[in-house]
Design a protein around this ligand. Structure first.
Ligand SMILES: *[C@@H]1O[C@H](CO)[C@@H](O)[C@H](O)[C@H]1NC(C)=O
Ligand SMILES: *[C@@H]1O[C@H](CO)[C@@H](O)[C@H](O)[C@H]1NC(C)=O
Ligand SMILES: *[C@@H]1O[C@H](CO)[C@@H](O)[C@H](O)[C@H]1NC(C)=O
Ligand SMILES: *[C@@H]1O[C@H](CO)[C@@H](O)[C@H](O)[C@H]1NC(C)=O
Ligand SMILES: *[C@@H]1O[C@H](CO)[C@@H](O)[C@H](O)[C@H]1NC(C)=O
Ligand SMILES: *[C@@H]1O[C@H](CO)[C@@H](O)[C@H](O)[C@H]1NC(C)=O
Length: 520
């Protein structure tokens, strides 16, 4: 971004912030016949939770979203000295400490970038502010596909010239230079905290592969340590170099999107197959040493980037090898088959084996099953699916959670194989508006409040409850409690902070509640 552009952007933002502070920030609710509503936003208007500052000790803040239509509805109440007598008491146990939080975000796919750019420039800025600015929900992570994936409108990699083993002809695509990069630069500028970008590749160039094509089953030619594997490692470095020229540096890299897709299954779109053994040896012999001896040696290397039910098996194969393990920092999980194996046996089992590696949710979306494919404007069930999975992940040592496409169009695309799904923001280009889905608010209940560096703490309940809960100590010393009620009734309960007292509250039917209070 040129300095003049930046200056203009700052002017524009300052103007809009004043507007938001002065004006109302209520959701402009629209119903499309689903269980709940979307909030409609345009170039000049969007609901906003705004800045959140901690109330004085002795008071607590609560934010509520519900199927009935609340959207981050703010309330403040006093912490009481005496119990309210509610049957259900949730006690926070700050002495019990678990994993640190990395953060929350979404993916800047080609499709997301195209949808955002299909809006007028003021509406584009409005949308980016919703995700990244202190007025918005403050995402701090963005997943960036390296080259094309199914959410692209054509098939390409950055080195499509056959037999270019030295990557002399490596070059970013227009999708990067004209779409994703300018939007990522704006997102970075809007964000008060550093953005952590991480990159994932779907396929290597076709000429490096056994299949000779980008899609379906196929892996790299030859063996780890060989020419194709070395070139594929060097491709990652070239990608980091090119993005750096645009002032975008990457916090992390995954070893590749869904390696089993190109190995076990035969995807109709871009994939590159690895067994865990191949991934281990590629890291040990090629990717690890290449990254380590490059200027990007601090970049976090994240293995798996595939369904969590592959754990702990996949981690055991890769991380029990010290040659590979020394280069690895974390394990990326996708949510698509989560219901088949309890998190305890996948995530917690992996954490118990390898506690020094972080676990990160790297992809999730709704509307991917053929029985309920695509966009459902206003679906509360999908917001609950997100909150349920995030809480379950967090309670099983996951450090953060990344939504899939940041924005899709009204049909859940574009996607060149019509693998349409839903998104937290749906853009209607014909009206120059975008809709914030219930899922957006589900993400917000975590991303806005659960800062990087927070630490999960213990909780105990006085009786069995169907409420799903997770509690954290933030770096500013405050306590955060997130409560999901996926059922139909309302029951009063109280939260007990032994150092302060009792917080009287309740979780309405089908609601998500974030409670926040200072402790000193
Ligand atoms: C990158 O940042 C530097 C220093 O802030 C600035 O001088 C330069 O113009 C930027 N380059 C690009 C491509 O944005
Ligand atoms: C944007 O939305 C606001 C609030 O609904 C409305 O008052 C305004 O007219 C809209 N602007 C445009 C250009 O449609
Ligand atoms: C709190 O409880 C104590 C003893 O149970 C009682 O004496 C006192 O009046 C109560 N305070 C309030 C504000 O209800
Ligand atoms: C590849 O790169 C070389 C040298 O950088 C250049 O001369 C050539 O035109 C490029 N070829 C293609 C097909 O882009
Ligand atoms: C993968 O599927 C395609 C059709 O989508 C088919 O042509 C191809 O033979 C399949 N490959 C394998 C290895 O099953
Ligand atoms: C949430 O809904 C369930 C479903 O019936 C209900 O049992 C529960 O009491 C509700 N609220 C709370 C705070 O538990």
């Amino acid at each position: 971004m040129r300095n003049t552009d930046l200056f203009f952007l700052i002017l524009l933002l300052t103007g809009t912030f004043t507007h938001i502070r002065a004006g109302s920030s209520e959701c402009k609710a629209r119903s499309f016949g689903q269980s709940s509503v979307v909030c409609e936003c345009n170039a000049t208007y969007c609901d906003s939770v705004g800045h959140v500052s901690l109330p004085a000790v002795g008071h607590f803040l609560s934010f509520l979203s519900s199927r009935a239509g609340a959207r981050l509805q703010r309330n403040q109440g006093p912490v009481q000295k005496n119990s309210t007598g509610a049957a259900l008491r949730i006690t926070v146990v700050p002495t019990e400490k678990y994993q640190h939080v990395k953060g929350f975000g979404g993916a800047m796919t080609d499709a997301a970038a195209m949808n955002i750019l299909s809006l007028s420039s003021r509406a584009q800025d409005q949308l980016l502010r919703q995700y990244f600015s202190p007025e918005g929900i403050e995402y701090n992570m963005v997943r960036v596909p390296m080259g094309s994936c199914d959410f692209s409108t054509r098939l390409y990699t950055y080195a499509d010239l056959p037999e270019d083993y030295s990557l002399r002809n490596f070059s970013l695509a227009e999708e990067d230079t004209r779409m994703k990069i300018p939007l990522l630069q704006k997102a970075q500028a809007l964000s008060a905290r550093p953005l952590s970008l991480f990159a994932s590749a779907w396929s290597s160039p076709a000429w490096l592969k056994t299949s000779g094509v980008l899609i379906g089953k196929g892996s790299l030619k030859g063996k780890p340590g060989g020419k194709a594997y070395k070139t594929w490692a060097q491709y990652y470095i070239r990608f980091l170099e090119e993005y750096e020229k645009h002032n975008l540096s990457f916090w992390g890299l995954t070893t590749g999107n869904e390696p089993t897709a190109g190995e076990l299954t035969n995807y109709s779109f871009q994939a590159l197959g690895f067994t865990p053994e191949l991934q281990r040896d590629w890291i040990a012999m090629d990717l690890g040493p290449t990254l380590h001896s490059s200027p990007y040696s601090k970049t976090r290397l994240i293995i798996l980037d595939d369904q969590r039910l592959l754990l702990p098996y996949w981690a055991r194969v890769v991380l029990s090898d010290i040659h590979a393990a020394q280069y690895v920092h974390g394990i990326g999980v996708h949510w698509y088959l989560d219901q088949f194996v309890p998190a305890k046996f996948t995530l917690t089992a992996t954490h118990d084996l390898y506690p020094e590696y972080f676990i990160l949710g790297t992809e999730a979306s709704t509307g991917w099953r053929n029985i309920d494919r695509g966009v459902r404007l206003g679906s509360w069930e999908r917001a609950e699916d997100y909150a349920h999975d995030i809480i379950e992940d967090l309670n099983n040592y996951v450090a953060g959670w990344t939504d899939w496409n940041l924005a899709l169009d009204m049909s859940g695309g574009p996607n060149w194989v019509k693998n349409f799904v839903d998104s937290s923001i749906i853009v209607d280009q014909s009206k120059d508006v975008f809709y914030k889905q219930p899922m957006f608010y589900s993400m917000a209940h975590f991303s806005k409040f659960l800062w990087e560096g927070s630490r999960r703490i213990g909780l105990s309940t006085s009786e069995h409850t169907s409420l799903e809960t997770s509690a954290f100590l933030r770096p500013d010393g405050s306590v955060l409690l997130i409560v999901l009620n996926r059922s139909d009734a309302e029951v009063q309960f109280e939260v007990w902070d032994q150092t302060l007292g009792f917080l009287p509250t309740s979780a309405p039917p089908h609601s998500i509640l974030t409670l926040l209070w200072a402790t000193s």
